[in-house]
Write a protein that binds this ligand. Structure first.
Ligand code: NAD
Length: 490
């Protein structure tokens, strides 16, 4: 590969996201030769650090990845720190001057990537100043990368987007949804479209229901303050779950590229039924984790977590049913669930195929199990297909078995690599694996109804589930009333 020429500016360079994800990903790109001599990084935040101090921080964040001291030293020599308050205009002038100097020194050809590793309330100010202070020159490519959350409702997301688009076009904005960087999410398309045996069955004639689970075993850790203002619906369902759902549900794109894939995802999202308040109430449930014991470990309840209100009504678990009103999916429920402190960590998609209406083995008292295609996203990646065979031995008995292919996650590494991939996409200007405004907008329209319905209920007791279980009884009832159950196999 040819190495890239680029100047990165990281806003929030002293923060957790920068240290845990950004620096290690940049280093991986450096080790692979994607970044060589013609790149520089300006780190900026409020603290008055020196370049040397900053480089030490970066060094610490990559120490598990470094093979030789000289390689790491060379890498960190490209890092510069500029103390900066994003609300102060004068600081952008300093930033511009430093940028020009580094552009010269590293021949970055005017290419710039801005990473906003800060709270979203600052995004508008930053992007407006980048334009008004002429840090954006239009000479090379200029791209901006932002993390979730993208708004907290349709209105706030729209406001945020309007402020970004005063300085950047949609093509220049890369909204990270790190699940889309995962190998397997991209392979959802491979599983579907490279296997005619699946694609030919991918519709309401053959599929009974689809189940998407994003389970976390951890609680809110030290992010209780943030989480308590968000909750599972906004933190997971609005973005990650609906992204995955749209990939499963979309029509075959005309071409396997950003424009066409996004077009189809947006169409799928638009076909999801927007509920009335009553439908939202009937089809979505929420809960909080209560104290629990698992594997001899005791876990405290959500309301007892640090920085969480003892009377909090924020859900740590949400589950529900989406319906898609188009020819392919009419009548096929898409069940989704996501929560913290669940039994195990696991992101999975289950495609549950229909029962055979005419069971040949009924007289043998044998009922074949429904075929299930499971796509595993994390912590292992791969897929499995459950099929029925004959049990060995005398007599006739069906024996359900699974054809399974799993990558082990150690082989693939974890989230820094997803970030690395996303960074490379940004450098290549490929937005396929990012969330686009039309997707975010539609997802918020769907979520807002649920959010408002729940928000208007300030008194009923919230359902709970014991820590380290698969969620509250209400989530199981949701499927039971449709005559179905959650499929969850190790
Ligand atoms: P953090 O609190 O650790 O870091 C915030 C950074 O912003 C610090 O560098 C701080 O100095 C800087 N900052 C704050 N106010 C400033 C100002 N007025 N002027 C200049 N700099 C200022 O936060 P974080 O955990 O790194 O998260 C950053 C963003 O990414 C947040 O929006 C968060 O929701 C999102 N996010 C973080 C993670 C994660 O893993 N940490 C994951 C997903 C999303």
């Amino acid at each position: 590969t040819e190495s890239k020429s680029v100047l990165f500016t990281i806003f929030g360079a002293t923060g957790d996201l920068a240290k845990r994800k950004l620096y290690p990903s940049l280093f991986r790109l450096y080790k692979k030769g994607e970044l060589a001599e013609n790149f520089a990084v300006i780190g900026t935040a409020r603290r008055p650090w020196t370049d040397d101090f900053y480089r030490d921080v970066v060094l610490t964040s990559i120490k598990d990845l470094m093979k030789s001291k000289s390689e790491a030293d060379n890498f960190i020599s490209h890092f510069y720190y500029q103390s900066h308050d994003v609300g102060d205009v004068a600081h952008y002038v300093t930033l511009k001057n430093l940028g020009e100097k580094l552009r010269e020194k590293y021949s970055t050809q005017g290419n710039q990537v801005f990473f906003l590793a800060m709270a979203p309330q600052f995004f508008g100010t930053i992007t407006e100043h980048l334009k008004s202070e002429n840090i954006l020159t239009g000479e090379g490519f200029e791209r901006i990368v932002i993390e979730k959350p993208f708004g907290t409702s349709y209105d706030t997301a729209k406001e945020l987007n309007d402020s970004l688009t005063k300085s950047f076009t949609e093509e220049q904005i890369f909204r990270i949804d790190h699940y889309l960087g995962k190998e397997m999410i991209q392979s959802v398309s491979a599983v579907r479209f490279a296997n005619p045996i699946f694609e030919s069955l991918w519709n309401n004639r053959h599929i009974d229901n689809v189940q998407i689970t994003f389970a976390e075993s951890i609680g809110v850790e030290d992010r209780g303050g943030y989480y308590d203002t968000s909750g599972a619906l906004k933190d997971m369902i609005q973005n990650h779950v609906l992204q995955v759902l749209s990939l499963i549900a979309m029509e075959k794109p005309e071409k396997f590229d950003e424009t066409h894939i996004v077009q189809e995802k947006v169409k799928a999202l638009k076909a999801i039924r927007k509920y009335t308040a009553d439908e939202a109430q009937a089809n979505f449930i929420r809960a909080q984790y209560a104290a629990g014991t698992f594997d001899e470990e005791n876990y405290i309840s959500y309301r007892d977590e640090d920085s969480v209100s003892t009377t909090s009504r924020t859900e740590t678990f949400a589950a529900g049913k989406f319906l898609i009103d188009n020819e392919r999916w009419a009548g096929v429920p898409f069940y989704v669930r996501s929560g913290k402190r669940m039994t195990e960590k696991g992101t999975r998609i289950n495609i549950i195929f229909k029962k055979d209406v005419d069971n040949l083995f009924a007289e043998n008292d044998e009922t074949p199990e429904q075929n299930v295609l499971t796509i595993y996203i994390q912590p292992t990646e791969g897929f499995s297909l459950s099929v029925n065979g004959k049990a060995a031995g005398q007599g006739f008995h069906l024996d359900p078995m699974r054809l399974s292919f799993r990558h082990d996650s150690e082989f693939l590494g974890n989230s820094p690599e997803a970030y690395e991939k996303l960074f490379l996409d940004v450098l290549n200007g490929d937005g396929t694996n990012f969330s686009h405004w039309e997707e975010a907008a539609r997802a918020w329209e769907l979520i807002d109804v649920i959010r408002k319905t729940w928000g208007s209920d300030t008194s009923s007791e919230l359902p709970t589930y014991k820590a380290r279980t698969m969620g509250p009884q209400e989530a199981f009832d949701l499927l039971e009333k449709d005559g179905r159950t959650w499929n969850w196999q190790p």
